[in-house]
Design a binder for this molecule. Structure first.
Ligand SMILES: Cc1cc2nc3c(=O)[nH]c(=O)nc-3n(C[C@H](O)[C@H](O)[C@H](O)COP(=O)(O)O)c2cc1C
Ligand code: SF4
Ligand code: SF4
Length: 252
C-alpha cells in the first residue's frame, strides 16, 4: 500500500510524529507531505494519514483549506491530532470534512504533547518549563504503537466518525475570547537585535505571511502556529516583551 502522511506543524510536534510514523510503518511505501497554504499535493497514494495540531479546539485553518481541495475516491484515511490538553471537536470536524470528500475515515487519535503556546508562559530552564516538557516522556514508544494501529485500521477499512464532545459549547466561548486576544498578540510580533536578516522565517511560515528585506515584516494572514517564533535560528522573534525569557520549542 502507498501510504501518504500529510501533516501540518507549527513548533514541530506533529512533524516529529510524522517522521516517527515514517520510521515505524513497515512493509508499505511511505511518503510525507508538509501542508502549506496553496501547496498542492499529488494524488499518488492508496491511503492517507492526516496529522495536525489543535488550535483553540479546532483544526488549523491551513488544514481546513487543504482538506477542501482533496478527493478521497473511497480511500481510507486515519487522522492523528497532537494536543496540549483538550482537542474539542477538532477530530470530528476534520473527519466530517474528509467523509464529505469521499474518504473512508478509519480512525481519529489524539496524542498528548507539550503545549507550544503555554510553554511560552514558562521561563527557560525553570521548574514550570520542565513540567511543560513532561508529556514527551515515552513519546517514541507511543508513536511506535500508534504505527501498528494505523496500519491495522487502514487495512481493515472500517468507518469511524468520532462523536461530538459534551464540553464543546464551553470551549467555543473560550476560543472566541482567545482569538480576540490572539489578534493583539499577532500585531506584537517583532524581530529583535539578534536578527541577522537571514530570511529563514520567510520559508518557515506555512502561510507565506512573512517578508524579509531591510526588516522582518508580518503581514495579515497569520494563524499563530508559532513556527517562526520557535524556529528562528537566532531566537530573535518576540511577541512584544512577553517572550523575552520564554523557552523556544522545536518538538521532542
Ligand atoms: C494558537 C494555539 C492554540 C492552541 N490551542 C490548543 C487547544 O485548544 N487545545 C490543546 O490541547 N492544545 C492547544 N494548543 C497546543 C498545540 O495543539 C500542541 O502543542 C500541538 O502539539 C502543537 O503541534 P505542532 O508543534 O505540530 O504545531 C495550541 C497551540 C497554539 C499555538
Ligand atoms: S529567521 Fe530570525 S534571524 Fe532570520 S530573518 Fe527571520 S527573524 Fe531574523
Ligand atoms: S507568521 Fe509565524 S505564527 Fe504566523 S502563521 Fe506564519 S509562522 Fe505561524
Amino acid at each position: 500500500m502507498r501510504i501518504r502522511i500529510a501533516y501540518y506543524s507549527g513548533s514541530g510536534n506533529t512533524q516529529y510524529v510524522a517522521q516517527l510514523l515514517r520510521k515505524y510503518i513497515k512493509n508499505h511505501q511511505i511518503s510525507t507531505f508538509f501542508i502549506k497554504k496553496n501547496k498542492k499535493m499529488d494524488d499518488s497514494y492508496d491511503a492517507l494519514v492526516l496529522g495536525m495540531p489543535v488550535y483553540a479546539y479546532m483544526p488549523p485553518e491551513t488544514v481546513l483549506e487543504f482538506l477542501k481541495g482533496l478527493k478521497g475516491r473511497e480511500r481510507p484515511v486515519f487522522v492523528y491530532i497532537t494536543k496540549g490538553l483538550i482537542s474539542g471537536n477538532a477530530g470530528k470536524i476534520a473527519a466530517e470534512l474528509l467523509d464529505k470528500n469521499s474518504f473512508l475515515v478509519v480512525g481519529v487519535h489524539d496524542i498528548l504533547m507539550p503545549d507550544s503556546l503555554f510553554i511560552l508562559l514558562s521561563k527557560h530552564g525553570s521548574l514550570l518549563h520542565r513540567i511543560m516538557l513532561l508529556p514527551n516522556r515515552g513519546i517514541e514508544e507511543r508513536v511506535e504503537r500508534l504505527a501498528t494501529i494505523i496500519v491495522d485500521k487502514l487495512e481493515k477499512k472500517t468507518m469511524t466518525i468520532p462523536k461530538g464532545k459534551w464540553y464543546v459549547p464551553f470551549t467555543k466561548v473560550v476560543a472566541r475570547m482567545f482569538w480576540k486576544k490572539e489578534k493583539k498578540l499577532q500585531e506584537a510580533f517583532l524581530a529583535d537585535e539578534r536578527c541577522d536578516l537571514c530570511g529563514a522565517c520567510e520559508g518557515l511560515c506555512p502561510r507565506g505571511n512573512i517578508r524579509v528585506k531591510d526588516t522582518v515584516v508580518w503581514e495579515d494572514d497569520c494563524e499563530f502556529c508559532l513556527r517562526c517564533l520557535h524556529r528562528c535560528p537566532r531566537e530573535a522573534i518576540q511577541i512584544g516583551t512577553y517572550t523575552l525569557k520564554s523557552p523556544r520549542y522545536k518538538g521532542p
